[in-house]
Design a protein around this ligand. Structure first.
Ligand code: HC3
Length: 400
């Protein structure tokens, strides 16, 4: 039993919110898969919209562009794996580290965007554009690119939840694709399943489970297996990754693995230390030390320079309410946004129009994506969200 589990039930819940917390836990049972629709007690709300979560993909800009600096395809595959592992701490433990537990993010409205940049002399500008492309069900699309190094990540993401006793199981829908211009090389990345533990105690936290695949057009494949506490090492957030060179006839994943040669094995904790073993030499070296490398903050325009549909500006009043746990303010300000959105949808319906997404289009799946998804054994989407860089670059929002 973990330290968290030893605490008594509801012990992290403020005294006056124990009742609402129990009601919330009971209401989870009726959740039909869309977690954004559940009403949670104010102490567990976050002031951050889900559109902001796309930034976790590039909070180590030097690792994000590192694959573009490698002339050798095998080294590029290792660099992609290192960057991916390094993104996980921000993605899945940053709320716990900053706020003491996982929180319920703000549910973005259709057309909400979150954008910003990381900039340095050495790396140049790494740009993030994240847009809420669907409200029901919620889907966020994003692009992160660095023109100096010719590298771009794009992807989209939704969640489907199911509830089992005191645990929320979340399956992620969507995928990410990293493109390296110099080598005309694509890396398809599937998204991990997760579950939320610690609910009973009022201190939710995320655990990753099962596995993800990074499949490249160069023929390299990484399979990352996740486990929570205990399974591999008795420690939290553990993983084991194997990097293969694809075998000759990779039809099914298991057969492909057998036909392929494991070149590297990476083991450790994605939120702390991991090491890599080169299988040919059995030499083991450090891979990534998450705590030694602080995540780099995205630079976002000041609120008064943002458009009204930009995340932090749009949600600023709700965020003020969340900071001071003023439920009335949260409720009033959230309702204003929701009512405005309802009125927009009603007008569109009356005028026979649909909302035009700002910087992403829903298009037929491209051949590269379909081939990589198929090869990795992940069911492919027939239609995918893709970034329209020209539209973005011609817009006022891109003046970061
Ligand atoms: C499930 C989740 C919302 C989705 C979050 C995602 C999957 C979003 C995309 C990012 O790239 C990775 C990521 C990290 C954390 C995921 C969130 C954890 C909790 C949150 C639920 C909607 C909140 C449930 C409410 C409560 C009270 C249990 O926290």
């Amino acid at each position: 039993m973990s330290k968290q589990d030893k605490q008594e039930a509801g012990s992290a819940v403020p005294a006056q919110q124990k009742g609402p917390w129990m009601t919330f836990l009971k209401s989870l049972a009726s959740c039909k898969g869309d977690l954004s629709s559940i009403t949670a007690p104010p102490f567990i709300l976050s002031a951050t919209s889900l559109t902001e979560y796309s930034q976790f993909w590039a909070e180590h800009p030097s690792l994000f562009i590192a694959p573009a600096k490698e002339a050798d395809a095998e080294k590029r595959a290792v660099a992609v794996l290192r960057w991916f592992i390094a993104t996980l701490r921000g993605q899945y433990t940053s709320r716990n580290e900053k706020l003491g537990s996982e929180k319920k993010p703000l549910n973005p409205f259709l057309g909400e965007i979150f954008c910003g940049k990381w900039e340095s002399e050495e790396i140049g500008k790494t740009v993030l554009v994240s847009e809420q492309v669907s409200h029901h069900p919620p889907v966020t699309a994003y692009s992160i690119y660095n023109d100096k190094f010719g590298i771009e990540l794009q992807g989209y993401n939704g969640q489907k939840a199911s509830i089992s006793t005191a645990t929320i199981n979340v399956r992620q829908l969507g995928h990410a694709i990293l493109y390296i211009r110099e080598y005309d090389e694509y890396h398809f990345i599937s998204l991990p399943a997760l579950h939320i533990e610690g609910l009973f105690y009022g201190a939710p936290y995320v655990e990753l489970e099962q596995s993800i695949t990074i499949e490249s057009t160069s023929g390299y494949r990484s399979i990352v297996d996740f486990s929570g506490k205990g399974y591999f090492s008795g420690k939290k957030n553990t993983f084991k990754a194997k990097l293969f060179k694809e075998g000759k006839k990779p039809k099914k994943q298991a057969a492909a693995e057998a036909a392929s040669k494991v070149l590297y094995t990476v083991t450790g904790q994605w939120s702390d230390k991991s090491s890599i073993r080169e299988e040919a030499t059995k030499k083991e070296t450090p891979f990534w030390e998450a705590l030694e490398h602080p995540r780099e903050q995205l630079i976002v325009k000041p609120l008064d320079e943002q458009a009204e549909y930009e995340s932090r500006r749009a949600w600023s009043k709700v965020a003020e309410g969340v900071e001071v746990i003023d439920y009335e303010k949260i409720h009033i300000e959230k309702s204003k946004i929701e009512n405005e959105q309802r009125a927009l949808r009603k007008l569109e319906k009356e005028q026979g129009r649909v909302w035009v997404r700002r910087y992403f289009r829903y298009v037929e799946a491209d051949e590269v994506y379909l081939a990589l998804a198929r090869r990795s054994g992940v069911p492919a989407d027939e239609t995918v969200w893709r970034f329209e860089k020209d539209t973005w670059e011609a817009s006022k929002d891109s003046a970061l």
